[in-house]
Design a binder for this molecule. Structure first.
Ligand SMILES: [Zn+2]
Ligand SMILES: [Zn+2]
Length: 261
């Protein structure tokens, strides 16, 4: 069997529709060897109601640990998707250090206090070229922070389909080089297909850059409901083989291993 994982899914511990156990059957049907929960968490209180309260972290970890013990035929990993804020690096680090996690996805969902993916307001009021540059700068800072194992949807700024007029290749090149320098994994996130963008993150046009820079990857659905686990994975793996990828990253207790696919 081909080894496949999906490390990015949200349960009702954050903004997912269903409890963790309801995702297991779909993960098995999708032919996954491993699945991992990555519920949203932010160290900034009350930022958005789609986040898990950090005070609930123990019940989240205990719940999934119990599910791990009860589940056969698939490995269940415990992760988080954590908001990155440049001025909050210490708080994020202090919090994560105490948690028995398999991996942490770091994501930029905000530029300052403005959301990138909860509406188009920011795109209507800012210069799109500058917005793209700011977003990529913030993702590079997240990578360099050393706080995260995987970077979530590294060009989420494409979500509503706004396009910059500048040449984007240098943005992706810098992103990939920063990932390689800090030994951080990126994800192919298939949930962009369900958003106005209607495509994967990152932009397939620039995927070859990540290959050229030899950046490790994993493939994730960012499912917020069980039926979307492993969504579009056949297409992604075909694309990756075409680009020249032959292996992907898996994690256990925040240590990375590479497996062929
Ligand atoms: Zn996200
Ligand atoms: Zn997510």
């Amino acid at each position: 069997m081909v080894y496949r994982t999906d490390y990015h899914m949200h349960s009702s511990f954050s903004d997912g529709r269903s409890m963790p156990e309801e995702y297991v059957g779909y993960a098995l049907t999708a032919g996954l060897s491993e699945m991992g929960f990555s519920d949203h968490l932010s160290v900034i209180d009350n930022l958005a109601d789609n986040n898990m309260n950090p005070a609930n972290i123990s019940s989240y970890i205990n719940y999934i640990t119990k599910l791990q013990k009860e589940t056969r035929n698939i490995k269940i990993r415990i992760g988080l998707e954590v908001d990155y804020f440049e001025e909050k690096e210490k708080e994020i680090g202090d919090f994560l250090q105490l948690q028995p996690l398999d991996y942490v996805i770091g994501s930029v969902h905000y530029l300052g206090k403005k959301s990138v993916d909860l509406g188009t307001e920011i795109y209507e009021h800012e210069n799109i070229n500058k917005l793209f540059e700011s977003y990529f700068d913030s993702v590079c800072a997240a990578i360099a922070s050393g706080l995260f194992d995987i970077i979530g949807h590294c060009d989420l700024i494409r979500i509503y389909g706004y396009r910059p007029s500048i040449d984007q290749e240098p943005l992706y090149r810098k992103l990939a080089k920063t990932m390689k320098a800090h030994d951080v994994v990126f994800e192919i996130n298939t949930n962009g297909r369900n958003r106005p963008l209607a495509d994967f993150y990152p932009n397939r046009k620039y995927l070859h850059i990540f290959r050229e820079e030899n950046v490790p990857l994993c493939v994730n659905s960012d499912a917020h409901m069980p039926s979307r686990v492993g969504q579009h994975f056949d297409e992604v793996y075909e694309l990756l083989r075409y680009i020249g990828y032959t292996e992907m990253a898996i994690f256990e207790k925040r240590i990375r291993y590479m497996v062929p696919f």
